[in-house]
Design a binder for this molecule. Structure first.
Ligand SMILES: NC(=O)c1ccc[n+]([C@@H]2O[C@H](COP(=O)([O-])OP(=O)(O)OC[C@H]3O[C@@H](n4cnc5c(N)ncnc54)[C@H](OP(=O)(O)O)[C@@H]3O)[C@@H](O)[C@H]2O)c1
Length: 353
């Protein structure tokens, strides 16, 4: 079977389509004939050698796939031939993927494989950030950093579903789309002073919740924008991704600078400020997925009822995976990038108006 392999750290052109044996499920595992696989920012970081959670090279990434169960272990036969979407811990950006049945969700016929694969990671991450740990409530205000990213778009859906007010940062060219998607206030973080804009929008009060995947000096700015009882949820460090292109000395210097500028919040300061900070790494929560089945099923059902609006930006064939990585790295996507096994299925996908 065809499998996307990162042989070693390098540019997008390093990616290979290798031939590997089809994996076998056992026990309560299922095997999915993959029709669509999500590309995540973590895959870019892994290819650059900057993602500590990735298996060692050569490796095949993948956190989510959709397709049909074509084989199961003896304890998962009820899922045979079902259309599903599933979480995976790597080895799924390939034609067949094996994963535990507890990570797997049956999807309705009305949900395409491509849309299904675009939902799982980003909506679950956003759900934990906004609802589970962020505790956002009706009429509260959330600042969504990187609102034009896939997690950001999912966060907008969830915040609007909860009846909250939304402020989002993104490159200016994404603002029209974000506003048409329901975002109340858009800020171009590349040309505007985010702090001043947020204070102006909130009449100097600050916000109840901030979710941030960028990191670096943004963390301190975010903290200063929380009103009392406000919470900051951190879930990425995109600002580190530029390290991949640097030589070893510049890389070390930039990393030290990143560490030096990292906030140092003490328990006493948090108490005195009445603020909360928390972190989310979905990849480290897979042992808890059973607890989240209800919420994730609710999200998948949310597509039917309309509050979950998957945004797929583009679909690339496995053999064009290098172009897909480059496209994400160039910040061209607004929404999810999906990989599909063949050029035919990539070219038959039509972007929703
Ligand atoms: N902790 C978790 O469990 C978890 C789960 C999923 C994702 N994440 C993290 O969340 C972040 C966004 O993920 P996503 O799936 O939403 O990604 P995405 O859909 O590919 O969004 C990428 C967008 O991020 C913005 N960006 C900011 N700094 C960037 C940089 N240095 N290089 C490239 N793009 C940059 C760009 O938007 P603009 O054009 O607006 O600048 C870009 O289009 C990543 O850091 C990812 O690792 C974390």
């Amino acid at each position: 079977m065809k499998s996307i392999v990162i042989p070693k750290a390098g540019p997008p052109s390093i990616l290979q389509n290798a031939d590997k044996p089809i994996p076998e499920p056992s026990g309560s595992e299922i095997r999915i004939k993959v029709e669509a696989a999500g590309l995540n920012f973590a895959d870019i970081m892994a290819r650059k050698g900057l993602y500590p959670d990735a298996p060692s090279f050569p490796t095949t990434m993948g956190y989510e796939v959709a397709g049909v169960v074509d084989k199961t272990g003896p304890d998962a036969t009820e899922l045979l031939n079902k259309r599903v979407v599933a979480f995976t811990r790597f080895n799924s950006q390939q034609e067949y993927a094996v994963t535990p049945k507890s990570y797997t969700f049956v999807i309705p016929d009305s949900l395409s494989f491509i849309d299904a694969a675009s939902i799982l990671v980003v909506y679950t991450t956003a759900w934990v950030l906004i609802y589970e740990m962020g505790g956002l409530r009706k009429d509260q205000t959330v600042l969504i950093q990187n609102a034009g990213g896939s997690v950001g778009l999912a966060a907008i859906d969830i915040a609007l579903h909860l009846g909250a007010k939304t402020i989002g940062t993104a490159s200016g060219r994404k603002h029209d789309f974000l506003k048409s998607h329901g975002l109340h206030h858009a800020i171009d973080y590349r040309t505007e002073n985010v702090r001043n804009r947020v204070l102006a929008i909130t009449e100097g009060k600050g916000v109840d919740l901030i979710i941030d995947p960028i990191g670096g000096k943004e963390w301190n700015v975010n903290y200063s924008l929380l009103k009392k009882t406000g919470r900051l949820g951190m879930f990425g460090a995109s600002s580190l991704s530029d390290l991949g292109e640097m030589n070893i000395i510049s890389k070390a210097f930039a990393f030290l600078n990143f560490l030096f500028n990292m906030p140092k919040w003490s328990p006493l300061k948090l108490m005195d400020d009445n603020k909360g900070v928390f972190g989310v790494n979905l990849g480290h929560m897979f042992d808890m997925l059973e607890e989240y089945r209800g919420a994730i099923q609710g999200i998948l059902d949310g597509v039917e009822s309309g509050w979950v609006r998957p945004v797929v930006d583009s679909v690339f064939a496995f053999e064009d995976v290098g172009a897909a990585h480059q496209y994400m790295e160039d910040r061209k996507n607004t929404g999810k990038i999906i990989l599909v096994p063949t050029k035919e299925s990539a070219s038959s996908w039509k972007k929703q108006a």
